[in-house]
Design a protein around this ligand. Sequence first.
Ligand SMILES: [Zn+2]
Length: 258
Amino acid sequence: MTPDPATVVEGIDVLRATELETVYPGLVAGMTIRPDAGVHADSRAGAGDYGLSGGSDAWAVSERFERLARGLGFACVAVGRQVHGADLLDVEAAPPAGTWVVGTGDGLVRPPPGCLLVVTVADCVPVYLVEAESGHVALLHAGWRGVAAGILRRGVESMIAGSSGSLASLRLHLGPAICGDCYEVGPEVLTMLGLDADGSAQVDLRQVLRRQAAEIGIPPACVTSSRRCTRCEADSFHSYRAAGDEAGRMAAFLGRTS
Ligand SMILES: [Zn+2]
């Protein structure tokens, strides 16, 4: 397995989603990792936590967002108050600079150039969507509830509706998340995900998302997936299953500079 390439941006260690960044010039995609796992460890308290509602001070988190964005070539950061739903937030009217908490929702769509989309994750799947013809991008936060509620379908529809985009030129990437071996869920979750519910079982959310993508009509060749597990590699990633309520959050990001 080839590890995702790690780079340092304004002192922040990030993994780049090179599968996407090569789709067109100016496309930026990736995710932060735990600072103590990186090559340029940032020792400041809470430095690697991007959670808006966790233990870190909101002002400090927004400063972290803006430092990350600046290092990646963006002036504005758009984030949502995530609630494990399937609602999308339209970012078209983003301000020119600063951190913008767009509203309550788990998907961010249609940012203008210069605005970086960020979702925060700790085991949930960061879902990156890029439409190569129109240049549109969308970033989704997908835990089991969002997957069951159809956030992928809604995200894909938002990319295609009212634009020159088509499924044929769509690219879907699934970032680091909890793997199937680490993620045991009860029968109620299996039922919600459309899986056989005979007691508890292990679920690979990225596999469920790939199945949903095929049902939507996205060709398998247009889907890429990180193999890295946030729970198996708890030294590199924040993991809710590993640390519970103490877990920090990584920032998954996607945007276009031009
Ligand atoms: Zn795992």
